[in-house]
Design a binder for this molecule. Structure first.
Ligand code: PLP
Length: 364
């Protein structure tokens, strides 16, 4: 049996006629950028998260860097972020000239909230929380620290659509929640896309201005903005997927629960969920000291797997200028050397999952 780490086609065929009908509607409408699909999606996604406003953008990275731009965080400012994240989180900070200050993760792959305060200086302006792999970070502690130190709070929810802490959805705890709709995300489009959510009317208005060359009124440009518009086709298709989000999330939870109850192997460490938080299982990430051996063993059996992520941002060439060395963040580096995402996707069959489970249980 051949099992890929991810199967985006399954997610399409599940609602094929709905997607196809919507695509044709948009193509035939004659209106392709910033129209009624984007407006409707923004209303529906804001409602889904429990936010007042949503602004559709071209990508998750744009959501992040525009968030810091609008908050006025740039050169000379520091932003606290977990060291074990996808590099785009960090780029959202550094594109604006601000400096990322890394904090080690906890046992749930989220920022270790006990390690934040020792990193706060008089230059610290914000915390960027990443709800990595679909699990909500410890948000009561994070919001408490932000309040006491008067810091802005931005959430990277590119992997956490629908995940909650204490029943409140990720993306709604701070000033701005940043989302990606890249095809492999839990709410994925058929190309690139992103959005922010916020309860602050001024932030939403600024974001609408920035995404459209810095103009509120056509050809009157107030700031140097970007071209970062979610297009009508993506917005329409995302509206279709959003209608089924609860069912899609439930399916991932069922798959994750099955893995957790069925994988028994002393060589593998399974992911756990924080009390009070939930996970939407963007990835099911196991850890293994003999990871390279495990990858090739799985590959021989036709099973795909992915390392999220092999090189932590502080060790990537892009951030050599920050001056970190191997050993700077030992927990992060240990995760980078041991984590492995096993196959997990909407539309995974029971036979496929059983095959993966049996292979993992027989690994020695
Ligand atoms: C995917 C991702 C991003 C970037 O989103 P794009 O839409 O690909 O630009 C940012 N942060 C995290 C944690 C991600 O997983």
């Amino acid at each position: 049996m051949d099992i890929m780490a991810n199967r985006l086609d399954r997610g399409f065929y599940k609602y094929q006629s709905e997607f196809e009908n919507k695509a044709l509607d948009v193509l035939r409408s004659g209106w392709y950028v910033l129209g009624k699909e984007v407006e409707s999606f923004e209303k529906e996604f804001a409602a889904y998260t429990g936010s007042k406003y949503c602004v559709g953008l071209a990508s998750g990275l744009d959501a992040l860097w525009l968030a810091f731009r609008i908050l006025g965080i740039g050169k000379g400012d520091e932003v606290i972020v977990q060291a074990n994240t996808y590099i785009a989180s960090v780029m959202g900070i550094t594109i604006n000239g601000a400096t990322p200050v890394f904090v080690e993760p906890d046992a749930f792959f989220n920022i270790d909230t006990d390690a934040i305060e020792q990193k706060i200086t008089d230059k610290t302006k914000a915390i960027l929380v990443v709800h990595l792999y679909g699990q909500a970070a410890k948000m009561d502690a994070v919001t408490d620290i932000c309040k006491r130190h008067k810091l802005r709070l931005v959430e990277d929810c590119a992997q956490s659509h629908g995940a909650c802490f204490g029943g409140k959805m990720t993306g709604t705890f701070g000033d701005i929640g940043c989302f990606s709709f890249y095809p492999s995300k839990n709410l994925g489009g058929f190309g690139d896309g992103g959005a922010i959510v916020t309860d602050d009317e001024a932030i939403a208005a600024d974001m609408k201005m920035y995404r459209n060359y810095g103009s509120e009124k056509r050809y009157y440009n107030k700031v140097v903005g970007a071209n970062s518009r979610l297009d009508e086709l993506q917005a329409g298709l995302l509206r279709v997927r959003l209608l089924h989000m609860e069912e899609l999330t439930e399916e991932r939870r069922t798959l994750a629960a099955k893995y957790t109850e069925s994988i028994h192997n002393d060589k593998l460490i399974l992911p756990t969920v924080r009390e009070g938080a939930d996970s939407v299982w963007h990835q099911y990430v196991i850890r293994c000291e003999e990871r390279d051996k495990l990858i090739s063993y799985l590959k021989d059996k036709g099973i795909g797997s992915i390392i999220h992520y092999p090189i932590p941002p502080h060790l990537s060439e892009a951030y050599a200028y920050l001056g970190y060395k191997a050993g700077s963040f030992v927990i992060t580096e240990n995760y980078a050397n041991t984590v492995l995402s096993i196959p997990m996707y909407n539309g995974m069959t029971a036979e496929e999952q059983q095959y993966v489970i049996e292979a993992l249980n027989a690994f020695s």
